[in-house]
Design a protein around this ligand. Structure first.
Ligand code: TRP
Length: 374
């Protein structure tokens, strides 16, 4: 592999190279989640989510302040979103599972933004009808995760712009072209929609405050690549009379290939929620592992779970029992477990997950309407 391919890149549009999460904390100026903060979250939820226990959520801005606000009995809310440019895969859903935990723990409203405008503007070959179509298709996945219909408000930027435009203008007036160019790496040959778009992504940070006519402390659970949007938003929040949004950042779910996050642009290394179970099983059986080239060598030398995409799937999503996870790790390292068996086991788990999820996804069609912002 060429050296330049290994350099870490983390922007809202590109995540590549070997991700060094400590460096990201430093680079973005965020804070590491501490043991104490993790315990405080778990205390309110009644249990510690696997993604906290394993430090998958690892970084934050103002989580302590957000918890203080909640503990004082003041209103808190949640905001996250999705760029609807295609079908949803497991990497997209990782922070959604955690967001559902947060909604339950804090009995909070969730504003969920579907950025069908953003994806239309940023992708040459995506039509507006396609991105808006994916808004409603991807909403089925969101609903299937189990959010509360009364407390969840899905926003299509294109169709629900009347909820956003007023405050989008208030934001836009206070942010310069040069700030946006520097934050997002845009230049003069990019289309003018891309320059304006960040103002629209800022608005759901304030929407609950506007609609309830009181200051709501908003928490954004998401992967860390969206950080430039929130730096911009935090700069102008108080000028508009709102709190700065707090954030809690997740790591990226790896793809099934060697290195890199799960990405829709490499469909053979991503598990989509609409993959037929047998297709997903095949992808798992073809995944990159940390194993030796032959079974014999594996038995002798053992494998390396640290670089293994199959192990990563157990770690991130599919083996929540710490003791069992450790058993897999040990059996791999000692050579007692070979990759074929380990993959087959994961393939079975994922296949059963998909059967169940797809059923929920179909049922979601019946109550889609009740999740859309009113
Ligand atoms: N820009 C995000 C994407 O391309 C979508 C998004 C909008 C989002 N608002 C958000 C993601 C809030 C996380 C949190 O995927």
């Amino acid at each position: 592999m060429k050296k330049e391919n290994e350099e870490m890149v983390v922007t809202p549009w590109e995540v590549s190279g070997k991700i060094d999460y400590d460096k990201l904390i430093e680079k973005f100026g965020t804070k590491r989640i501490t043991q104490e903060l993790r315990d405080r979250l778990a205390k309110h939820a009644g249990y510690m989510h696997t993604q906290l226990r394993r430090w998958i959520f690892f970084s934050h801005r103002d989580l302590d302040w957000w918890l203080d606000t909640y503990e004082k009995g003041e209103p808190v809310g949640l905001y996250t979103g999705r760029g609807p440019s295609g079908p949803v895969h497991l990497g997209h859903m990782l922070p959604w599972f955690f967001t559902k935990y947060m909604q339950d723990a804090f009995d909070a409203d969730l504003y969920f933004q579907m950025t069908d405008d953003e994806k239309f503007l940023f992708y040459d070959d995506l039509t507006l009808d396609e991105s808006v179509g994916y808004t409603y298709d991807n909403s089925l996945d969101l609903i299937a995760v189990g959010f509360d219909a009364e407390k969840t408000h899905i926003i299509s930027d294109v169709n629900d712009i009347d909820h956003l435009y007023r405050y989008g203008l208030e934001v836009a007036k206070r942010v310069t072209c040069s700030t946006i160019k520097a934050l997002f790496g845009l230049n003069d040959s990019d289309n003018i929609g891309m320059i304006f778009y960040p103002a629209i992504q800022a608005v759901p940070c304030f929407l609950q405050s506007v609609r309830e006519d009181r200051k709501v402390a908003v928490m954004i659970p998401a992967a860390i690549d969206q950080d430039p949007y929130w730096r911009m938003t935090r700069d102008i929040s108080e000028k508009l009379g709102f709190y700065k949004p707090a954030q809690i950042h997740a790591k990226f779910l790896p793809g099934l290939g060697a290195g890199g996050k799960m990405s829709a642009s490499m469909p053979e290394t991503a598990i989509f929620t609409i993959d037929p179970p047998e297709v997903a099983e095949k992808k798992i059986m073809g995944a990159f592992t940390g194993g030796q080239p032959t079974v014999r060598e594996q038995r002798e030398k053992g494998g390396n779970p640290g670089v293994c995409s199959v192990y990563a799937y157990y770690f991130f999503l599919f083996e929540e029992d710490d003791k069992k996870l450790q058993e897999i790790e040990q059996a791999c390292k000692t050579g007692a477990l070979v990759c074929g068996d380990c993959k087959a086991r994961l393939a079975g788990i994922i296949s059963r997950f998909l059967v169940d999820f797809q059923e929920k996804r179909e049922k979601a069609r019946d109550n889609l309407e009740s999740f859309l912002i009113k």
